[in-house]
Design a protein around this ligand. Sequence first.
Ligand code: NI
Length: 261
Amino acid sequence: MRIIDTHCHLNDVSYTEDLDSVIEKCRDTGVRACFNTADSLPSFEKILSLAKRYPGFFYSVIGIHPEFAMEKDDYFDEAFSFIREHKSEIQAIGEIGLDYHYDKSPKTKERQKEIFIRQIRLAKELSLPVVIHSRDADQDTYEIVRQEKPPVFDLHCYSGSYEMMENYLRLGLDFHIGVGGVLTFKNARVLKEVVSKAPLSILLTETDSPYLTPTPYRGKRNDPSYLPLVIREIAAIHGMDDEACAEILIENAEKFYGIEI
Ligand code: NI
């Protein structure tokens, strides 16, 4: 089975000790490429250096996570000029978006929206796809996407409803949803419904490693070698053969990021 992890954080400190053996385990499982995704300015350099150290295996998605939206303006000036300067080494802008889980204050929400919009506009300027993080902010995320119309985008670790997915489909943009370990959880009723009704062509496989490890390894550190558990679940939901399903998912990821593996 050939596999692409469209969203992970193997730059995380939890892999410092054993990254080479994690990569070997991933390659043995069929993982061909992983997209390391930034959250903050200090993560940018590390992600690009990993892509240089493992060319053709690691790729880079660079952007500022909404958790850091309260940083000062010069932080964003620095981040945006880094992105412009390294454009040729970057496959997408992400993860960017809205996260109201910990801070629901109007001031934070407004700032998150402002930074989200600025990063979508940057992605459009640079003709890059957008990887979106949305947590407890479904409606506001949708409103911004509807207004700003990023031509190619992924709602990573999709946690919205089936109705919301239909709203996105109706926008007529190149829209994708990222599906990972959560699909294997017992209580993933809504996500299973979403995956069953979604056109297979919009699904992207992701781990969000080191988080969200699939059942039966839930609670352990995640890595892309667990992705067959997610792919088998998608294949079962769609009543398909695992291998055929994996090939479609590979094609989706290649098209989304504009790469060939
Ligand atoms: Ni993530």
